[in-house]
Ligand binder design. Structure first.
Ligand SMILES: Nc1nc2c(ncn2[C@@H]2O[C@H](COP(=O)(O)OP(=O)(O)OP(=O)(O)O)[C@@H](O)[C@H]2O)c(=O)[nH]1
Ligand SMILES: [Zn+2]
Length: 327
């Protein structure tokens, strides 16, 4: 006679095992639909400063559901808990939206650990002084490579045009099709504004190039806003190495990166540089397997393309310089 569950009803082996998958859930996973979303503007010692869509600045921690996943500046997050932004309150980050881009760097080339620094940026502005400090093309090239790799559009901003001519740098970077902006004290920033509007643009540059001067000119009153953020961290000045995202009055964001002085690019692959030079890919496909495309590379189809006029030699020279920047 068949009894329901008869088989193995007294079978120790079958029923003593913990039934991991059939245990009833004690708690339903909460549904965060309708919960406020915010942008991470800075990170300081495990505390995340988030700007709600309504303009409220909220301090938050990571909820346990986030686990070990990193939350970085530029991330779009869902908040739970107290999102009033009142002093002493703490919200919880319960969801991190999928990132459109991640800008990474390794601190230097010896450090192969890649650190994500900014999420969801679509532009990267390399701020370089034309003098004082002297421009370093190697540095510009490395940052360009990092931008191409992250599929973030680079922009070159040449400051201190009152001290030296930009002609040489413009000639060097024009073949890359990178927008180039020059500034000087009191210069009209309309071109800068229009390139930044409705984008999320990360600013990188060496100390002293005039990045703060530029940010202050772009965002009136930001001195005060920076001070507010540092006050809330309990320190007199903003000493965090975190990036700081600043909303632009006309729409869009700029992300200032005080910590990024060097730009290790040990995580970048050759293929992503070739991919960044879309017009070169069709030629490179004709190269011998494993071709590094450098000067003297045997049978490199890029040389042939230049020889028969299909490719501008300056463009190839720029591509090779980019590749050399990290080989
Ligand atoms: N001649 C000239 N000086 C400038 C220009 N822009 C900025 N400076 C000066 O350059 C110096 C450095 O400017 P900052 O804006 O502090 O440079 P920074 O890149 O923010 O430097 P850190 O704060 O150290 O990261 C200051 O003395 C500025 O007044 C410019 O277009 N021309
Ligand atoms: Zn080649």
């Amino acid at each position: 006679m068949a009894r329901r569950g008869g088989l193995g009803a007294d079978d120790q082996g079958g029923f003593d095992r913990p039934r991991k998958h059939s245990r009833p859930r004690t708690k339903e996973r909460p549904d965060y639909f309708g919960a406020p979303t915010a942008r991470i503007v800075t990170v300081d010692r495990g505390r995340y400063r988030c700007l709600l869509d309504n303009g409220t600045l909220v301090t938050a921690t990571k909820a346990r559901v986030i686990g070990r996943k990193g939350v970085i500046v530029g991330d779009v997050v869902t908040l739970d808990g107290d999102t009033s932004g009142s002093e002493g309150t703490l919200a919880r980050i319960v969801e991190v939206a999928e990132r459109r881009t991640i800008l990474r760097r390794s601190a230097d080339d010896a450090d192969t650990f890649e650190r994500p620094i900014v999420a969801n940026a679509d532009q990267l502005m390399i701020v370089t002084a034309l003098a004082d400090p002297e421009p370093r093309m190697g540095m510009i090239d490395r940052i360009l490579v990092a931008a191409f790799d992250a599929k973030v559009s680079p922009i070159l901003c040449l400051t201190k045009a009152d001290l030296a001519s930009p002609d040489e740098l413009i000639a060097a970077y024009q073949p890359l099709d990178v927008p180039i902006i020059t500034t000087r004290p009191g210069s009209d920033l309309a071109a800068v504004h229009s390139i930044l509007t409705d984008h999320t643009t990360v600013l990188v540059g060496h100390s002293g190039v005039g990045k703060s001067t530029l940010v202050n000119a772009l965002v009136p009153g930001i001195n005060r806003a920076v001070a507010e953020v540092s006050d809330l961290t309990g320190k007199g000045r903003h000493t965090s190495t975190s990036a700081l995202a600043i909303p632009l009055p006309q729409g869009g964001w700029i992300v200032d990166t005080p910590g990024v002085r060097s730009f290790g690019i040990s995580h970048v692959k050759t293929s992503s540089i070739v991919a960044a030079f879309g017009d070169l890919t069709e030629f490179a496909e004709q190269c011998p397997r494993g071709c590094h495309h450098q000067t003297g590379a045997e049978g490199c189809a890029l040389d042939e393309a230049v020889a028969d006029g299909r490719l501008d030699h300056l463009r190839l020279a720029s591509f090779r310089r980019m590749e050399r920047a990290f080989i």
